[in-house]
Design a protein around this ligand. Structure first.
Ligand SMILES: [Zn+2]
Length: 620
């Protein structure tokens, strides 16, 4: 029965891939949107398949080798790639060396790499190596890993960093398949966002294959002393040895999550869903690299309390990886849909109240983000204009939480059944293609609103600032209990010890800490910490929100300063560390922030470094 199921599934996958490809082939001319964050001209000449053949040199901290592409062109005399801080050695077209040219270097975009081609050119190969200015790669020394025995390498491609380790047409709309040969030191295992061997090779040679066309930002590589442990035949985890059992326990519900997601919006078409837990410098909570989500160890809490992150990355297998934002101005299509889908998965597994708690946390994040953008309202539009800016600027709560609120409001307007039918059809119809905001709005109008004779203020949501008045109200009963407790605690009718003894889950504790009034006295803050021991919390999320409050309240007891410094020295997750550095800055403690940052900075990935350099106004 298993074999039959798998065969049927394979046939389905092949059909989705080849049918979509055929459709695309038929109208490929001028089908790509204008992407201001890429030099590539895919309407003229486009890469369809990458054969990557590289070696990872841990001594020199470089990757070197060849990126060879199968290309298609419409009478073009050249093909243009993106390259940033790469050394390009040689380029060939169908095996013959040709002279390439590099354009001027833009600090955000890097350079265009132009290679002359003839009308019938089929293959272009680029031999290259990375430099110490690479932004995607992070080489870690053994001390920065869990087992402290071997070095580690991780990549982060989103948004436009893949071009700093592979010369590529680095626009999300240029989907391509890839195969890769990667050579690493024989003590280490290499894994990619592709079909993985799951075991260490004897000679350090690894081969990978990604048969479904994906966007360049989703090409990912991790190299370390990793082991694999299966959760179900199609789900499992990679981690360093000392972490693997903890990680396996933490993410035990992965198969249930995939099932819940499939019940909502259709078959999981990527075959395998694995997660690799990386060292703590990884700049994001998670990155939805297809077949192999990259995750921060800060979500391995020991009590499965932060696993909504896995639901989020899994949801990207539909929203983001299957239907992809055409440009970074449309980023909300990736993230707003994914947060909505994440909440639905969490609701299916753990109930509506749990999902509402998570949504309420996002709603508070959104309120704070809107407040921080009060002097630049255009940054609160769902559709952005990031021309001339780093696309990273658009990666904030607006795309995620305003995007979610839009979809939730839409759901409450049309009803869940119609919403789900619409979304299932949307993912199915646009599988393996890219989506602009305008194309989505047109589809939404015809397939959901007009069909059901419903009117909805789409333009207000997408092209205007702030949150429209018809936004869904998110109410969590469990959070209301927390808010009542805060009131009683403020009045003194609830003691610190009674408060700490409450049977609250992690999200309730987070809600409590985030909503400690700014006006409470330092004495009350101190007795609270003495009773609840928040300063020495082991849950990373609790620690982060408590440390933020400690900085806000100018609180220094219970060794909290040491705990904050240790946290910033070890963790590189951008959301966490930027929250704390921002708190220092707001509290007029910029010098303290800079003192810690100078020491911690070498531990952070470039994604985090860029944000914090900018925030603290420093450059090194
Ligand atoms: Zn996401």
């Amino acid at each position: 029965m298993n074999i039959l199921k798998k065969t049927a599934f394979l046939l389905f996958t092949l059909c989705v891939v080849s049918c979509t490809t055929t459709k695309k082939e038929m109208n490929k001319s001028n089908s790509y949107a204008n992407d201001t964050h890429s030099y590539a001209k895919p309407n003229e000449a486009v890469a369809k398949h990458l054969l990557l053949d590289v070696e990872v040199d841990f001594d020199k901290e470089v990757i070197k080798g060849t990126a060879a592409y199968s290309i298609e062109s419409t009478n073009a005399s050249e093909i243009v790639f993106d390259a940033k801080n790469l050394k390009i050695h040689q380029t060939t077209v169908d095996g013959k060396e040709v002279a390439f040219s590099l354009g001027t270097n833009d600090p955000i975009l890097g350079q265009s790499l132009t290679i002359p081609i003839t009308k019938n050119a089929k293959k272009v190969a680029i031999s290259y190596e990375t430099t110490d200015k690479t932004e995607a790669l992070q080489f870690l020394n053994p001390q920065q890993t869990a087992d402290k025995a071997f070095p580690f390498l991780l990549t982060q491609g989103q948004a436009i960093l893949t071009r700093t380790w592979i010369p590529i047409q680095d626009s999300p709309q240029v989907r391509l398949t890839y195969t890769a040969k990667v050579k690493v030191p024989k003590e280490l295992m290499a894994i990619m966002s592709a079909e993985n061997p799951k075991v260490k090779s004897e000679n350090g040679q690894y081969s990978f294959e990604m048969r479904q066309p994906i966007s360049p930002y989703l090409i990912a590589l991790a190299v370390g002393d990793l082991v694999y442990k299966e959760i179900s035949p199609r789900t499992g985890v990679y981690a360093e040895k000392s972490m693997i059992d903890k990680v396996h326990y933490e993410f035990a519900d992965m198969e249930k999550m995939v099932n819940a997601a499939e019940n909502l919006y259709g078959t999981y078409v990527w075959d395998q869903f694995d997660v690799v837990v990386l060292p703590p410098s990884f700049p994001f909570g998670g990155m939805e690299n297809p077949r192999l989500t990259f995750a921060t160890p800060t979500v391995v809490a020991g009590d499965r309390s932060l696993t909504s992150l896995i639901a989020h990355e899994l949801a990207h297998s539909w929203s983001g990886n299957l239907v992809t934002n055409a440009t970074w101005n449309d980023f909300w299509l990736n993230e707003g849909f994914t947060v909505y889908f994440e909440m639905r998965i969490m609701e299916a597994l753990y109930g509506k109240e749990y999902a509402n708690m998570l949504a309420s946390i996002g709603r508070q994040d959104l309120a704070e983000q809107l407040e921080s953008f009060h002097d630049k309202p255009e940054a609160t539009h769902l559709k952005l204009d990031l021309k001339g800016k780093n696309p990273d600027d658009g990666m904030n709560s607006i795309a995620y939480d305003k995007g979610y609120l839009f979809l939730r409001t839409l759901e409450e307007t049309v009803g869940r059944y119609k919403m789900d039918t619409f979304l299932k059809g949307y993912f199915n119809k646009h599988a393996f293609s890219t989506m602009t905001t305008e194309k989505f709005i047109k589809y939404l109008n015809t397939e959901l609103l007009e069909k059901n004779k419903v009117s909805f203020n789409i333009n207000d949501w997408v092209y205007n600032a702030g949150v429209p008045a018809n936004a869904a109200k998110i109410v969590s009963d469990k959070f209301q209990k927390v808010e009542e407790a805060i009131e009683n605690w403020k009045k003194g009718t609830l003691s610190d010890h009674e408060l700490c003894a409450k049977d609250w889950n992690i999200q309730q504790k987070i809600h409590f800490i985030r909503n400690i009034p700014a006006t409470i006295s330092i004495e009350k803050f101190t007795t609270l910490d003495n009773a609840c021991q928040f300063s020495s919390a082991t849950n990373s999320y609790i620690a982060m929100v408590w440390f933020e409050q400690a900085i806000n309240h100018n609180y220094h007891a219970n060794n909290v300063d040491v705990h904050i410094e240790n946290f910033l020295m070890t963790v590189g997750r951008r959301w966490y560390v930027s929250t704390l550095y921002r708190a220092f800055k707001r509290a007029d403690k910029l010098e303290e922030a800079k003192r810690i940052y100078e020491k911690a900075r070498p531990n952070y990935h470039s994604v985090t470094v860029n944000t914090i350099d900018d925030m603290l106004g420093v450059s090194y």
